[in-house]
Design a protein around this ligand. Structure first.
Ligand SMILES: Nc1nc2c(c(=O)[nH]1)N[C@H]1C(S)=C(S)[C@@H](COP(=O)(O)OP(=O)(O)OC[C@H]3O[C@@H](n4cnc5c(=O)[nH]c(N)nc54)[C@H](O)[C@@H]3O)O[C@H]1N2
Ligand SMILES: Nc1nc2c(c(=O)[nH]1)N[C@H]1C(S)=C(S)[C@@H](COP(=O)(O)OP(=O)(O)OC[C@H]3O[C@@H](n4cnc5c(=O)[nH]c(N)nc54)[C@H](O)[C@@H]3O)O[C@H]1N2
Ligand code: SF4
Ligand SMILES: [Mo]
Length: 722
């Protein structure tokens, strides 16, 4: 029953392969050439940056070594199925038929919504689009969401509410050097999008003031003129303080506010109640520093604000971003050169991945699944009746809760390692241990794949052609350079194959990724993220095209909001924001804040970067960044193993003393699983506006590991005796 698909062949005489590609990791999507030479005893690889408009010919250490994971011996080469408790090799035919039989059984016994899908922002636009279509057309389930919920949901929903559109950067990167003041809030570009740093240093050379807002003096803070070392989760309050100063100093742009926005009077009213001294107390940032930063931003003729996960991954992440947007609007710094906002998108296709239907409430082109016109349009493109489309499902972590409670009985995961990346990871682990049927499509046996009933091997970036949309909203075509190893297939092929065995082949007759893109173009046509005018041919000739691009002769839209915002009335919307503290405050038992984030050489849960020997060797285990005074107080020496506990769980990490962090705050990177997984500790409280978890502020205690083990041994003994 297997479909015949054209596959690329790799002829023996083809000893030297020159592959033009894009880095599989972050949202910059740096272009590079990888030369594979198989003429010697062992293949060798040479990587060279290709000049392009985003990275301007730079690569960071992850990009330089990305090919190592793609050619790793740990790649999955054939499908596997759990038989007598162990994952064993099976044929594609066996795997596909088992999947369709089990999904069909579960759905006929428990209803269509007994099966859920979980996608990712590393997938190409084509695969992300097809996953959304597969959920709604092949499985007819409402349960689909993706890892971008943890990444972009706060900034995306804030952009939609304030501007009427969510595109990571409102301008192209080349605007940055023209900004005279730049705020970098909760964004560590030096480690997370390193090839973008020269844009900021160039702005500084041009005289810009750089303001960094971060509880740590991060690598990015090294270029700051003003560093506001805020308490975790207090960004919204800090901006209230800054806005108050801007208002008091009459640095608002009244004509812009009047002509281009609405809702300012309520914000003004609200700011009258704000007391700068209280803000300083709440945020841990001195009044003079708040004033200095606010005046620098307010007075600058041009300016930009960038936020990332430090601001956004909180239960008030949406509102915190909206307050930064209030500051942009109040000072009229948008829609012109050197002015604008950037939600620094995370994953390689974190932008495109959030536009075309992987989200619980969404249809392609940012259409909404609960909007009757949007449903009718997409049903027409897909050749079904609008009534056949399911309604909206729930967010990523809420899906995990439904798996845990047994409401979702079968789960299909493509491009994520949720067991490590979800907050409150212990619940997810328990959920996956008891779920009836788990299918994972991955390149490696990740922590999540280890628990699957069926594992499907997929192609890597060097092998899989498709489009990716970078953080600027620029659509780029990534070519395939080599065949997938073993029996691995492309994500989109896997989806077509399962649809075929479910008897839904007539909706999934695609022969290549361009075919899918052509359907996506039509599905997005007239939507907010309109790709209709973008074709593979154009992408081959032009160096990427900024959406919206509604027609074949449209040049694309590098800068948004020059004349009007995307709301029907053309106006941007102010929103007054309360200064709230995070739900979990330090107390006697858990006296410290814990936040978390990234380090340069690893990527997300490390499934890929740990398979790259050069990257793996740079950071072999997880660490705890702790201020020397705090370490002393808690009897910890540099290099000692420590346990960090919240009410949810414990993580074990090696102490690294650092005076760059606040004394009341700990920082642990997110790249490790199992006992080193910081998400065993993090808080799954969700933002009511966008369902972003409160990843970056938990109350914890810390102690030497030996002490912790002794205590737990005593308490387990006690339990046993009782
Ligand atoms: N090397 C590397 N690069 C990556 C990734 C990776 O895993 N590794 N992942 C990619 C992805 S998917 C993403 S989403 C991006 C993430 O990019 P970033 O959001 O820049 O990364 P983080 O390290 O999570 O957080 C940024 C900073 O926020 C600070 N922070 C923590 N809590 C708070 C707070 O309450 N307020 C403020 N203002 N700051 C706070 C942290 O100290 C940290 O320095 O990076 C992308 N690039
Ligand atoms: N504590 C804490 N937790 C966090 C965060 C944080 O800052 N702090 N950040 C959150 C953020 S912003 C994000 S984006 C998430 C990400 O977390 P995850 O969604 O777990 O992302 P990855 O670790 O990249 O896992 C991707 C998996 O998909 C595989 N993969 C890569 N490319 C492809 C592909 O093209 N196709 C398929 N089928 N598989 C592929 C990889 O091998 C890997 O196993 O983590 C979130 N979790
Ligand atoms: S990780 Fe990001 S900055 Fe580094 S090479 Fe890849 S795309 Fe470029
Ligand atoms: Mo992310």
């Amino acid at each position: 029953m297997e479909r015949q698909i054209d596959t690329m062949t790799f002829s023996a005489e083809d000893a030297k392969k020159v592959m033009e590609t894009q880095c599989p990791f972050c949202s910059v999507q740096c272009k590079m050439e990888v030369v594979e030479d198989r003429s010697g005893r062992r293949p060798t690889y040479q990587v060279t940056a290709i000049p392009n408009k985003a990275s301007e010919g730079r690569l960071c250490v992850k990009g330089m070594n990305a090919h190592q994971h793609a050619v790793s011996r740990e790649r999955l080469l054939y499908p596997m199925m759990r038989l007598q408790g162990e994952l064993k090799r099976v044929s594609w035919e066996e795997a596909l038929s088992a999947i369709s039989i089990r999904f069909t059984e579960l759905q006929s016994q428990y209803g269509l919504n007994a099966v859920g899908l979980y996608g990712g922002g590393s997938l190409t636009n084509e695969s992300a689009y097809l996953l959304g279509k597969f959920a709604r057309v092949a499985l007819k389930t409402k349960y689909i969401d993706y890892n971008g919920r943890f990444c972009m949901s706060a900034a995306a929903s804030a952009g939609v509410k304030t501007f009427g559109i969510d595109r990571g950067l409102t301008n192209r990167l080349s605007d940055i050097p023209h900004a005279q003041c730049i705020i970098l809030a909760g964004t560590n570009i030096a480690e997370c999008q390193p090839t973008l740093m020269p844009y900021f240093t160039r702005a500084k050379e041009n005289g810009a003031t750089i303001i960094v807002i971060d509880p740590r003096a991060s690598a990015t803070a090294s270029i700051a003129d003003i560093h506001l070392q805020v308490k975790p989760g207090m960004d919204a309050a800090l901006v209230n303080g800054m806005l108050k100063v801007i208002l008091d100093e009459k640095l608002t742009d009244e004509s812009f506010i009047q002509k281009r926005t609405k809702g300012f009077s309520a914000v003004k009213e609200h700011l009258y109640q704000v007391d700068l001294e209280e803000v300083a107390e709440m945020t841990g940032v001195g009044m003079d520093r708040i004033r200095k930063a606010a005046i620098a931003f307010g007075k600058a003729a041009t300016g930009m604000i960038f936020t990332a996960r430090g601001v956004e991954q909180h239960a008030d992440g949406h509102m915190a971003v909206r307050n930064f947007l209030n500051m942009i609007l109040a000072t009229g710094k948008i829609g012109k050169e050197g002015c604008g906002y950037g939600a620094v998108t995370g994953q390689g296709n974190g932008q495109g991945g959030r536009e075309h239907g992987q989200k619980a409430d969404q249809l392609p082109g940012y259409r909404l699944i609960e909007n009757a016109d949007d449903r009718a349009y997409i049903a027409g493109v897909w050749g079904i009746q609008p009534e056949e489309l399911p309604g909206k499902g729930v967010s990523a972590y809420e899906m995990m809760e439904l798996v845990h409670s047994g409401d979702i009985k079968g789960l299909f995961i493509m491009g994520s390692n949720p067991i490590v990346s979800n907050p409150n990871a212990t619940l997810v682990e328990e959920a996956f241990e008891k779920v009836d049927f788990l299918v994972v499509a991955d390149m490696f046996l990740s922590e999540t794949a280890r628990l699957a009933d069926i594992v499907l091997p997929v192609s890597a970036y060097l092998e899989n052609e498709g489009t990716m949309t970078n953080l600027e909203g620029r659509v780029l075509l990534r070519q395939a350079g080599r065949p997938a190893p073993g029996e691995a297939r492309h994500d989109w092929q896997v989806l077509c194959d399962i649809a075929y065995s479910l008897g839904k082949e007539k909706f999934f007759t695609f022969r290549d990724s361009e075919d899918i893109f052509n359907e996506l173009r039509v599905a997005s046509r007239g939507g907010i993220a309109d790709y209709y005018g973008i074709t593979y041919d154009r992408l081959r000739k032009e160096e990427g095209i900024y959406w919206p691009c509604p027609s074949l002769d449209h040049p694309g839209t590098p800068r948004l909001f020059g004349e009007a915002f995307a709301h029907k009335d053309g106006l941007a919307v102010f929103q007054s924001v309360e200064s709230e503290s995070p739900a979990e405050q330090p107390n006697d038992e858990y006296p410290l804040y814990l936040t978390n984030g990234r380090m340069l050489s690893h990527y997300l849960t490390g499934v890929q970067t740990r398979r790259s020997p050069v990257l793996a060797a740079r950071e072999v285990e997880n660490i705890l960044e702790i201020h020397p005074n705090t370490a002393e107080k808690h009897r910890l020496e540099d290099g000692a193993l420590a346990s960090v506990q919240s009410i949810r769980g414990t993580v074990i990490v090696r102490t690294k003393l650092s005076s760059a962090i606040r004394e009341d705050t700990l920082f642990i990177p997110m790249h490790w699983g199992d006992a080193q997984n910081v998400n065993r500790v993090t808080n799954a409280l969700l933002d009511p506006n966008c369902r972003m978890p409160d990843f970056k502020s938990s109350a914890v205690r810390v102690q030497p590991l030996a002490e912790y083990l002794q205590e737990t041994a005593v308490s387990t003994k006690k339990v046993k005796v009782e």
